[in-house]
Design a protein around this ligand. Structure first.
Ligand SMILES: [Zn+2]
Length: 464
């Protein structure tokens, strides 16, 4: 079966056929660096990571660009409220974002262009000039430059809007606006007092780029006029991605993106995440509550990307339990694999149902279902002594291929220093045959959520 993805533009599942295989060019809208990214943002970035890792597992060479929006309405508002220069204000959140990507095991993009880099500002200005030359961009009385919507009849196709019914009127200066208020959108915003000292020179006077042109410029500067896949969250479809298509296609005269993929919303405990409801979480909030990066990764990756994800603490606990099962299974296989036996190939190790599920529009729920079937089936065989060490080696190799996509493997660093210290003290107590002390330390570890097992190879600690 070929790889199929749901294309937001056609609203159909389409066979995936990149323009120049094995290369795949992907652009993903990155964070606006005005605060710490929240788990709804990370759901989208983890879906993009799954997409990249699966394509790589299928032999494609992925070039992925993720931009950092470091100048827009929100970053300027935030830096002024904090009384900090824009660059200094955004720098802290850029660094935090990179740290969070690492914690969640999201592969770094090939490039992370930032909107304020001079080469990209030049590209934005060049694109706006080209649009002006074609009569599509115009400078209005307020000195800002706008995109003339009437020149691009395809506007609204991605979001499936009927422009005739909406009758666009007026102009919109804000980066984000509602579908009801369609109008000529800003490409270059003339400086005003709310911008403080944030401004660059341009042929239209001092000002700053609109948010949408930032992505068109960075995408085409780094990946060329045509992309295979463009991703984002569903809230990016309108107006942001709609505007990206209009700007890019009017400049280049070519179809900008083959496949548009959008990740659905994330809810928390059944409600829209919001600061006022007290259910707004950044990754850091969850780490502070004792959850690990890979547990959050599991919770965010495990629901198919086009379905809304209801993020709950029960779900996180289930993620922890599922990872524990995987760890235990991989450890059993490793123990068995270390023994010697004649080569053989168990049919379980030759299955490709995990990969096939992901070929089907990244059906991760199906893929994980296959993984847990494999775990159940091979555990049963180990229990009955029917799995040879060679079979175990083949299964471990299969797990490693799956894990290259999932990135679920345990990290020693996930065990807190406090827990490691107690565990070491327990080893010392047992060496001294102080069983009472050893039991006390075990109880302390359990109180912290860690389980101790004494095995032939020594003490092993795992999450309870
Ligand atoms: Zn974008």
């Amino acid at each position: 079966m070929p790889i199929r993805f749901f294309n937001t533009l056609s609203r159909e599942l389409e066979d995936f056929a990149p323009l120049a295989p094995p290369r795949v060019k992907i652009y993903t809208c990155g964070p606006t660096v005005y605060n710490h990214a929240h788990i709804g943002n990370f759901r989208a970035y983890i879906f993009e990571d799954l997409l990249q890792r699966h394509l790589e597992a299928r032999g494609y060479e992925v070039e992925r660009v993720m931009n950092l929006t470091d100048v827009d309405d929100k970053t300027i508002r935030g830096s002024r409220a904090a009384g900090m220069p824009l660059e200094q204000f955004t720098q802290q959140f850029k660094q935090a974002f990179f740290d969070d990507l690492k914690t969640l095991r999201i592969k770094p993009a090939s490039a992370f262009p930032a909107a304020t880099e001079p080469r990209f500002l030049e590209k934005m200005i060049a694109m706006i000039r080209e649009l002006e030359r074609k009569g599509i961009a115009y400078q209005a009385d307020d000195k800002s430059v706008y995109f003339r919507l009437s020149k691009f009849p395809d506007y609204g196709k991605l979001a499936h809007l009927n422009l005739d019914e909406l009758r666009p009127t007026g102009r919109i200066r804000n980066d984000e606006y509602e579908k009801e208020s369609i109008g000529d959108f800003a490409l270059w915003k003339a400086w005003d007092a709310a911008d403080g000292d944030v401004a660059w020179d341009s042929p239209w006077g001092r000002g700053r780029p609109g948010w949408h042109i930032e992505c068109s410029a960075m995408a085409t500067a780094l990946l060329g006029p045509q992309l295979d896949i463009h991703c984002g969250g569903v809230d990016n479809i309108f107006p942001h991605h709609e505007a990206e298509i209009a700007q890019s296609e009017c400049c280049t005269g070519q179809k900008f993106v083959q496949t548009w993929m959008h990740c659905a919303h994330l809810m928390v405990e059944g409600q829209k995440m919001s600061k006022s409801l007290g259910n707004f979480y950044t990754l850091r909030d969850l780490l502070a509550k004792g959850w690990s990066g890979r547990e959050v990764r599991y919770a965010l990756i495990s629901v198919n990307y086009r379905l809304p994800l209801n993020f709950t603490f029960d779900g996180l606990a289930a993620a922890r339990a599922a990872l524990g099962r995987i760890d235990e299974w991989a450890a059993r296989l490793a123990d068995l694999a270390a023994k010697s036996s004649a080569p053989s190939a168990h049919p379980l190790a030759a299955q490709t149902d995990f990969e096939s599920a992901l070929d089907d529009d990244l059906n991760i729920a199906g893929a994980l279902g296959h993984l847990f079937n494999l775990i159940r089936e091979s555990n049963r065989l180990i229990d009955k002594n029917e799995l040879s060490p060679a079979d175990a080696r083949a299964l471990l190799a299969r797990w490693q291929r799956m894990n290259a996509v999932l990135a679920f493997d345990p990290e020693a660093a996930e065990i807190p220093a406090e827990v490691l210290a107690l565990a070491e003290a327990r080893v010392a107590a047992r060496t001294a045959k102080d069983w009472k002390k050893s039991d006390e330390l075990r109880a302390q570890l359990e109180a912290l959520g860690w389980q101790v097992k004494d095995t032939k190879e020594g003490q092993k600690i795992t999450r309870r």
